[in-house]
Design a protein around this ligand. Structure first.
Ligand SMILES: Nc1ncnc2c1ncn2[C@@H]1O[C@H](COP(=O)(O)OP(=O)(O)OP(=O)(O)O)[C@@H](O)[C@H]1O
Ligand SMILES: [Mg+2]
Length: 348
């Protein structure tokens, strides 16, 4: 059995790939904490169930924000739970590859390494998410052609041009599916004076949300709490108004994609104009986002086959072919030493 593991520690979902086996863990990045002791009692699906079944002392929390650990101790304990659940304690000296946002600071990178070591990982290799995503999408990353990958996650959107085994240019913006949900919550509050939960907002988004106008205007109902009275009420919303509500975060992603394309080295832009961009991540499933990107960036857009798994599948492929990807690791390492060709321009 393989002793190597790859982890995609996402803001919304955590996935683990085990060498020779494939995806062995795929659950929400949520922990159930005992409010009085501060102990992490469960994570993932189990954590959700605990919150539902037992109220009182157990609280749910997401230890990552925009792809970055905001609660170090809790994340550390959460990773320990995940590694235990995939049987890592029975692997002698497990080697763990962890995907991180491409704009992670040196401090953030060290924190991830430390957390994984604490949790039982012997040697830790960090790899940038867009590179793993490009591999997971099956792009020819080792060839001297430009591949544009856009990974819309829950808390971040990573965009990068990948070529010759490394990330050539790109950017990471702090916008993702959770921002679409928040925009829906805000809209329902403003229009109806009703508060709805995060999960209800996400449900609406998945059911009738879209980024691109459609001739078929669908509608759905949602239950919330009237702000004025606190009473439960049902409101009916149309797909069109959700599109308008989500327009701002969606536009930031489109703008980021456009700039990534504009800033790519000209010799690679040519390839991208021909082959198009590859859209992945759970947020990439937002209806019509592919069409909007294609229209605004004027390139073909391809949605990857299993957008929620692309990053961990790519990271898993790196485990299976560690030697082939040595160049990629070297690029990552070199970048950490500050010698990179990575040109990053932040959105204002
Ligand atoms: N069918 C769908 N339509 C729209 N959005 C969806 C759909 N399915 C999942 N999502 C959204 O995808 C997001 C999660 O995507 P993903 O698992 O790729 O994020 P993550 O990797 O955990 O986050 P990040 O990469 O930002 O750290 C959530 O916001 C979720 O609502
Ligand atoms: Mg992700």
């Amino acid at each position: 059995m393989g002793r190597e593991l790859a982890i995609d520690l996402g803001t919304a979902n955590t996935l683990v790939y085990r060498q020779g086996e494939g995806i062995v863990f795929n659950e929400p990045t949520v922990v159930a904490m005992n409010a009085s002791t501060g102990e992490v009692e469960a994570m993932g699906d189990e954590a959700w169930q605990m919150i539902g079944g037992r109220s009182g002392n157990v609280v749910a929390m997401r230890p990552l924000r925009h792809g970055v650990m905001t609660e170090f101790d809790i994340t550390e304990r959460m990773i320990a739970v995940v590694l235990r659940r995939v049987g890592a304690s029975r692997i002698p000296k497990p080697r763990v590859l962890v995907c991180i946002p491409s704009d992670s600071s040196e401090v953030e990178r060290r924190a991830v390494e430390e957390a994984v070591r604490f949790a039982g990982g012997r040697s830790v290799v960090l790899v940038e998410e867009p590179l793993a995503a490009a591999i997971g999408a099956g792009l020819p990353i080792h060839e001297p052609v430009g591949n544009l990958i856009i990974d819309v996650g829950g808390g971040t959107t990573e965009m990068a041009v990948v070529s010759m085994g490394g990330v050539v240019s790109g950017r990471s913006i702090k916008v993702g599916g959770f921002d679409f949900d928040a925009a829906i919550q805000e809209h329902i509050r403003a229009r109806f004076g009703v508060a709805i939960g995060e999960k209800a907002a996400e449900g609406l988004k998945i059911a009738i949300g879209s980024a691109f106008p459609s001739p078929r205007n669908v509608a759905a109902t949602v239950v919330g709490r009237e702000l004025a009275t606190g009473a439960p009420v049902e409101v009916r919303v149309a797909g069109d108004e959700l599109r308008t509500a989500m327009a701002e975060p969606v536009a930031r992603i489109v703008e980021g994609a456009r700039r990534t394309l504009a800033e790519a080295p000209p010799e690679l832009t040519h390839d991208v104009l021909e082959t198009g961009m590859f859209l992945t991540g759970g947020g990439g499933l937002l209806r019509g986002l592919d069409m909007l990107l294609a229209q605004e960036c004027e390139v073909p857009v391809h949605l990857t086959e299993r957008p929620l798994q692309t990053v961990v599948v790519g990271a898993g492929a790196m485990l299976e072919h560690l030697d082939d990807y040595r160049t990629a690791f070297q690029l990552v390492r070199r970048r950490r030493l500050g010698e990179s060709r990575w040109s990053r321009v932040r959105l204002g």
